[in-house]
Design a binder for this molecule. Structure first.
Ligand SMILES: C[S@@+](CC[C@H](N)C(=O)[O-])C[C@H]1O[C@@H](n2cnc3c(N)ncnc32)[C@H](O)[C@@H]1O
Length: 315
C-alpha cells in the first residue's frame, strides 16, 4: 500500500516537473539548447534513418511519458527510478543550455554566471566601483527584470560588451539605431559619462521612445543623450558629426542602408557594431559589406547567443 502510494506520488511529481520543462521549452526558453541541437529530453537527436523522419519533440516526450505510465501500472519501481534518473539528467543538460543571462538567470553581483552566452562559466555580474555606477546598474537590472517583454533589448552580456568597447576606445559620440526603451543606450552611457561622450539614438516607435526617456532620466544619463524620434532611414541623413561607434539594432534589412549612409561619418579607428548577427538573422548583403570591405576588420562574437559583429574602420 505504502509502496503504491510512494510510486503514485513520485509519478505525479515527475509529470509536473516534466510538464514544466516541456512548457518552458514551448515558451522558447531553452532555444539555446535546442539551437545547439537538443530536444526536450536534452538529447542530441540522432540522424534520421533512411526513409524515416526523426520523431518530433512532442513525440519523444510522449514516448517517455508512456513508458512512465506503463512502469507505474506495472508497479515497476526499478523502471520508474531509471526514468526519473533519465529525466533528471536531461533536465540538467537542458538547464546548462538554458543558462542564458538574458533569460533572467544571472547570479548575484560577483557570483559566477553559468553558461553566459555559451562562452564561459566563469563570468560574473558587474561590480560597481562608485555609487553612480551602482545606480545605473540598478536601473539596468530593473529594466532587465521588469520591462524586457516586447522591448527586444540586448542581453546583459551584450550591454557589457557595448560599455566595454565604448570606454576602451574613449568614445565621444555613439550613434545607436534602435533605442527601444533605452536599455542598450544606458549601457553605452555607463561608458560615455566617463569618456565625456554623448549618445545619439534613433527610435521610430513613439511609445518606446517615451519609455526610453523615462529610463534615461531615472538612470541620470538623459543629459548626454539625444533621442531622435522617427524613421532613422530618413532622420540619420541630418547627422554631420564624426561617429566613434555606430550601433545597429533596428530593422535588420535596413542595416545595409544605415551602413551606406553612416560609414563615411565613422572615424578611422571607430567601430560599427551590429546586433542579431547570427547566420539565421543577419542580412547577407550587410554581412558581405562588412566582411569584404578592405577598410574594415570584422569579427563576430556571442554567436551561440544573440550574435554581434564588431567592425573596426581601419586607420
Ligand atoms: C531590437 S530593438 C532595439 C533594442 C535596443 N537597442 C536595446 O537593446 O535596448 C529595435 C528597435 O528599433 C526600432 N526601429 C525599427 N525600425 C526603425 C527605423 N526605421 N527607425 C528607427 N527605429 C526603428 C524598433 O521600433 C525597436 O524599438
Amino acid at each position: 500500500m505504502l509502496k503504491k502510494f510512494v510510486l503514485g506520488f513520485t509519478v505525479a511529481v515527475v509529470l509536473v516537473v516534466a510538464g514544466n520543462l516541456f512548457a518552458q521549452e514551448k515558451a522558447g526558453q531553452p532555444k539555446a539548447a535546442l539551437g545547439q541541437g537538443m530536444n526536450v529530453m536534452g538529447e542530441r537527436p540522432r540522424g534520421p534513418r533512411p526513409g524515416q523522419d526523426p520523431p518530433p519533440t512532442q513525440q519523444r516526450f510522449d514516448n517517455w511519458l508512456n513508458e512512465l505510465r506503463k512502469a507505474h501500472q506495472e508497479n515497476d519501481s526499478e523502471k520508474i527510478g531509471q526514468l526519473l534518473k533519465d529525466m533528471d539528467r536531461n533536465r540538467q543538460r537542458l538547464q546548462r543550455g538554458m543558462g542564458r543571462p538574458d533569460r533572467g538567470m544571472r547570479p548575484p553581483q560577483g557570483q559566477p554566471m553559468r553558461g553566459a552566452t555559451g562562452t564561459s562559466s566563469i563570468e560574473s555580474s558587474p561590480m560597481p566601483k562608485t555609487e553612480a555606477e551602482k545606480k545605473i546598474l540598478s536601473v539596468l537590472e530593473d529594466i532587465h527584470q521588469n520591462q524586457r517583454r516586447g522591448m527586444m533589448n540586448v542581453p546583459p552580456e551584450d550591454g557589457r560588451l557595448l560599455r566595454l568597447l565604448s570606454e576602451t576606445i574613449g568614445a565621444k559620440h555613439v550613434v545607436e539605431i534602435g533605442t527601444s526603451n533605452g536599455y542598450s543606450g544606458i549601457w553605452f552611457c555607463l561608458a560615455l559619462r566617463t569618456t565625456g561622450g554623448e549618445l545619439t539614438t534613433y527610435e521610430i516607435d513613439a511609445r518606446r521612445a517615451s519609455l526610453a526617456r523615462q529610463n534615461l532620466k531615472r538612470a541620470g544619463v538623459d543629459k548626454i543623450v539625444t533621442l531622435v524620434e522617427g524613421d532613422a532611414h530618413k532622420t540619420v541623413t541630418k547627422l554631420k558629426e564624426p561617429i566613434d561607434i555606430l550601433f545597429l539594432d533596428a530593422d535588420k534589412e535596413g542595416y545595409i542602408d544605415y551602413l551606406n549612409k553612416l560609414l563615411p561619418l565613422v572615424r578611422p579607428g571607430g567601430l560599427v557594431v551590429a546586433h542579431n548577427m547570427t547566420p539565421r538573422q543577419a542580412d547577407p548583403r550587410f554581412v558581405k559589406a562588412i566582411t569584404t570591405n578592405p577598410d574594415l576588420e570584422t569579427i563576430f562574437l556571442h554567436m551561440q547567443a544573440s550574435g554581434v559583429s564588431v567592425s573596426l574602420k581601419k586607420r
